[in-house]
Ligand binder design. Structure first.
Ligand code: DX5
Ligand code: ZN
Length: 217
């Protein structure tokens, strides 16, 4: 089954990020996944809107911006104007502002998505899924690239797939964390159609071959 591939630049070399983005965009990738971390919602710090605006000059691929930040609604406008095409926010960070934040993302012309951490049940976001263009299921605890895939996530993907299919809406299901050659087939079978891959793509000897394998296997 063919899926979309979203390389996460978290595993790229930030000292030459323009070249890295150009390099990865030359392969059969669908989105560029951008991991924004604030040192509070997660235990790591990455980059903000300026970095994304600068990166925008190096590729025409859609930017899939994954906000791992507190109070995401405060920054949506800036991440949208920096050139994001999809913006996903964590359910756990939105508190009682889930709907409002999703609508805010849409108001700036971006596709919107909700993300759940490995310990958050799908039932928590069920009622919001029809409002989303994308649901992102984390298969590692957010914060770092290169972690091991949490197997129990496969059931959650399956659960989201059933809800999405029943809704009859065109909602993407993305998986993020620990994807590799050993688990990619199971992930697809479970029902994900957008695959984030950081370490497995950027550290591959042949990035293009790895992307093609993930996409077409
Ligand atoms: C983790 C990030 C991921 C990460 C995935 O918090 O959201 O996007 O870059 O990296 P890998 O594929 O190396 O697990
Ligand atoms: Zn991510």
């Amino acid at each position: 089954m063919k899926v979309k591939i979203a390389p996460s630049i978290l595993s790229a070399d930030f000292s030459c990020i323009g070249e890295e983005i150009k390099n990865i965009s030359a392969f059969d990738v669908d989105y560029i996944h951008l991991d924004v971390m604030d040192g509070s919602f997660v235990n790591n710090i990455t980059f903000g809107p300026k970095f994304i605006a600068d990166a925008r000059k190096y590729t025409d691929k859609p930017f899939d911006t994954h906000l791992m930040i507190e109070k995401p609604w405060k920054y949506i406008e800036r991440f949208a104007k920096a050139g994001s095409n999809i913006i996903t926010v964590h359910y756990e960070a939105c508190k009682n502002k889930v709907k409002e934040t999703l609508f805010l993302i849409k108001s700036f012309g971006c596709k919107c998505g909700l993300v759940i951490k490995p310990d958050t049940k799908v039932s928590k976001i069920k009622k919001y899924i029809p409002l989303c263009d994308m649901v992102l299921v984390m298969s590692v605890y957010p914060g770092f690239g290169g972690q091991a895939f949490i197997e129990s996530t496969l059931n959650k993907i399956n659960e989201v797939r059933k809800i999405v299919d029943a809704s009859g809406k065109d909602i993407e299901i993305e998986i993020d964390g620990g994807v590799n050659r050993d688990n990619i087939k199971k992930i697809k079978e479970a029902g994900a159609n957008v695959i984030v891959a950081g370490n497995s793509v950027f550290s591959a000897k042949d990035r293009g071959e790895t992307i093609d394998y993930f996409k077409n296997c």
